[in-house]
Write a protein of this length. Structure first.
Length: 221
């Protein structure tokens, strides 16, 4: 019998990513959840919502133990602050997602995963325009799984309500704490790479972030 594939799931405290996890879980994937926390720029609210949503999924639909009970938390706040300088700030959200993909790729290397899972949904926010998604994916060394890509937001909300994660996930979004008022919607790869090179390169920035990695248990306390 073939072994089930494994993906690294980038899980935020929002509505979308737990629904994406549930969809891939139902498709037979093993899930290794990763949360990129913007501490110390923000508090632990997003991490707490992420952990609560994943615990709920483990308790309600994960009868085979396919969701890893170790939530990997990586602190990215200080690194993301580097992209608030004038030359890079308009591209902040694209740099953020590119950094997340490199972090997830490094964890995938260690865990033997074959893909990266996100809750991205085409056109929902500035980083998810067609003009930006390609630039974000370019930073990943693994194929991207986006099961919600073509869904309407209301469809995602409806699925979250059925799963029981909607109420857990609601609340203020914290990922835009350092974001610009007018973010770019069509990324320029040359500019992105230059901005990242000026900060030491994405690979080095990801390694710095991964030095902060800690494990939060999702099992019974």
């Amino acid at each position: 019998m073939a072994q089930a594939p494994t993906c690294i799931a980038l899980v935020s405290g929002g509505i979308d990513s737990p629904v994406a996890v549930a969809r891939m879980l139902n498709s037979g994937w093993n899930i290794i959840p990763v949360h990129c926390s913007q501490e110390p720029i923000t508090g632990t609210e997003a991490e707490d919502k992420t952990a609560a949503s994943l615990k709920h999924l483990i308790e309600t639909i994960d009868s085979s133990g396919k969701i890893d009970s170790n939530l990997r938390v990586v602190l990215v706040g200080e690194t993301l602050a580097k992209f608030t300088e004038p030359d890079a700030h308009r591209d902040y959200f694209v740099h953020m997602k590119r950094l997340f993909n490199v972090i997830a790729s490094d964890i995938a290397d260690q865990a033997g995963a074959t893909a990266i899972l996100t809750g991205e949904n085409l056109g929902q926010v500035s980083s998810q325009t067609l003009g930006n998604l390609g630039a974000i994916e370019e930073a990943s060394r693994f194929r991207m799984l986006r099961p919600l890509l073509g869904l309407d937001k209301q469809e995602i909300i409806d699925e979250a309500r059925v799963l029981g994660t909607y109420e857990i996930s609601t609340g203020p979004e914290l990922c835009d704490a350092l974001g610009p008022e007018r973010p770019t919607t069509v990324a320029d790869l040359t500019r992105l790479r230059e901005n990242e090179k000026n900060q030491g390169g994405l690979n080095q920035l990801a390694k710095i972030c991964l030095n902060s990695l800690r494990i939060r248990q999702l099992g019974p306390e």
